[in-house]
Design a protein around this ligand. Structure first.
Ligand SMILES: Nc1ncnc2c1ncn2[C@@H]1O[C@H](COP(=O)(O)OP(=O)(O)O)[C@@H](O)[C@H]1O
Ligand SMILES: [Mg+2]
Length: 511
């Protein structure tokens, strides 16, 4: 059996870095933590994406917290998708614990308690900086993907976007889009048919139903202004520490469609706005997705393809994506094959299926003469994990069963009051938390329809008058005239009432 000294040399040699790095902890050998056998990840390879996996309660979320803290300290901004709502503690310093001190003594890094610059964001109206996007910004392609419509319907969505573009009708929220879709087969039928071809009521009906489905997941809160500028995720505080942006998603766990809609739009937006990075040696932004299986499980094939290609492309923008999930098999192969950093916490072998999954997982790690990987996978303690990273040259580092450092911030969540105080301090909330409903397609089209109808009514009345003038009785003419005007008014009223009624029903459904 090799000596601890030999193992220490093996790790130190395998984890040499010239540039900046973050330290995850110290490697373990024969169940013993080898002090100063530091397992380090160079900043340079952090845009190569990663995975944090392991059974429930093995320490995945804390590993995420440790990574986020260390990135922040290096001036790298972080975005966390907090599905369970257990990450707000990053904003408060750890109260410390004798067990934590013991852990750090073994690792060979003194423990420091610290709080971090945190910004809480939200997709809904719960406390946090509101994240919104306009329908126009989504564009017809992404929007069709999200709605999961047929090709014909996607074609119609493209026409609707084009029509709105050509006619300066801003599509801000779903109300706007629904209005134009209705308009296209009613009042605007002739106008659209002339320039863009026929649009069938069956197709717009089907699209409208899909939009309602999206709305039922609360999407109307997400679409609209003021739309979030992704550059705001890249802020650094006065001390040069990167902001840790936490998106609280506790209330949309059961709304996978809304969640993946948002994820995709965000990644697409990051991809299109961030400059190409070349070889800068450090990432621009690191995104962590806790409980990532929730997205993958529910995503349509079209969405999966989109995620896979974005994962591939976004690297060049200096953005690293980290998936946190129970089983590596939760992550699709196309994504799994692209991951640079792997932190594998303990897996449990209850069933034959579990054992198979463990064997498969072990095979995906570099071979090591120091470990029996399958055995280690089931015997790791809490806050310990098998780590394989990429060195600065992009080669896999030696496999290391690692005693991970403890978070410097609080391992528990913030209280309601602490959260409120945090939001009060937030400069982003001042920028984004105002409801704006500026004039957009909905209002413009309504006005147009009303004007057309009023004109129609006027013309009809005029005709009626002329007809009546030819007759002798003037008293009858007055009553006829009023009845025609009434009809027109009722028509305008019905369309407005219909829309209001429909929105009312939706509001109730959403509550
Ligand atoms: N790196 C660590 N340092 C200290 N304690 C840890 C560490 N990782 C995990 N723990 C302990 O284990 C518990 C569960 O960790 P958590 O990250 O929530 O698990 P998971 O996300 O895998 O379900 C934590 O509340 C904490 O007490
Ligand atoms: Mg967790």
């Amino acid at each position: 059996m090799s000596s601890n000294q030999e193992f220490l040399d093996h790790i130190n040699k395998g984890y040499i870095t010239k540039g900046d790095f973050i330290t995850l902890g110290a490697a373990m050998h024969n169940g013993e933590t080898i002090t100063n056998a530091h397992v380090k990840v160079p900043l340079k390879t952090l845009n190569r994406h990663g995975l944090i996996a392991g059974a429930t309660g093995t320490g995945k979320t804390k590993t995420l917290q440790v990574l986020a803290e260390n990135l922040s300290e290096q001036g790298i901004p972080v975005l966390l998708m907090d599905i369970k709502g257990d990450l707000s503690g990053l904003a408060a310093a750890s109260p410390g614990h004798s067990k934590i001190d013991e852990r750090h003594e073994k690792i060979g890094i003194p423990f420091e308690a610290k709080d971090f610059p945190v910004e809480i964001l939200s997709l809904s109206d719960q406390d946090g900086v509101r994240l919104r996007a306009t329908v126009s910004e989504f564009g017809p392609v992404l929007f069709s993907r999200i709605l999961d419509v047929t090709e014909t319907q996607a074609g119609i969505i493209a026409i609707i976007f084009k029509y709105c573009d050509d006619n300066k009708l801003p599509l801000l929220d779903l109300k706007d889009l629904k209005k134009v879709l209705q308009f296209a087969t009613r009042e605007g039928k002739e106008e659209l048919e002339k320039d863009y071809g026929r649009i069938s009521t069956a197709s717009t009906g089907a699209i409208l139903r899909k939009i309602v489905e999206l709305e039922q997941q609360g999407a109307e809160l997400f679409f609209g202004e003021r739309s979030f500028e992704v550059q705001d995720l890249c802020r650094v505080d006065d001390d040069g520490r990167g902001f840790i942006n936490i998106i609280r998603l506790t209330d949309i766990q059961d709304k996978p469609k809304l969640f993946s809609t948002f994820m995709l739009s965000l990644l697409a937006e990051v991809y299109s706005t961030f400059p190409e990075q070349g070889d800068s040696g450090r990432p621009e932004l690191i995104i962590f997705l806790d409980e990532a299986h929730l997205i993958f499980k529910q995503a349509s094939n079209a969405l999966m393809d989109q995620i896979e290609s974005i994962v591939k492309l976004i690297r060049s923008k200096g953005v690293g994506l980290y998936f946190v999930t129970q089983n590596p098999t939760d992550v699709p192969d196309g994504v799994l094959g692209q991951l640079g950093l792997k932190v594998q916490h303990a897996l449990r072998a209850f069933t034959a299926k579990d054992r198979k999954a463990i064997k498969l997982t072990a095979e995906n790690y570099p071979i090591s003469e120091y470990y029996n990987t399958t055995e280690v996978l089931t015997s790791l303690g809490i806050g310990e994990a098998l780590v394989s990273a990429l060195d600065e040259k992009g080669r896999p580092t030696p496999l290391a069963a690692t005693m991970l450092r403890a978070p410097m911030s609080r391992m528990d969540i913030l209280s309601e009051n602490e959260l409120k105080d945090l939001l009060k301090k937030s400069s982003l909330s001042k920028k984004y938390n105002k409801d704006i409903d500026r004039e957009s397609a909905y209002e413009i089209l309504n006005e147009k329809i009303e004007k057309a109808e009023a004109e129609e009514a006027k013309a009809a009345a005029k005709k009626e008058r002329e007809k009546l003038n030819k007759r002798s009785s003037s008293s009858r003419s007055r009553s006829r005239k009023s009845s025609t005007t009434e009809k027109a008014v009722i028509k305008v009223l019905t369309s407005a009432t219909f829309i209001r009624g429909a929105l009312g029903v939706l509001n109730k459904l959403l509550r």
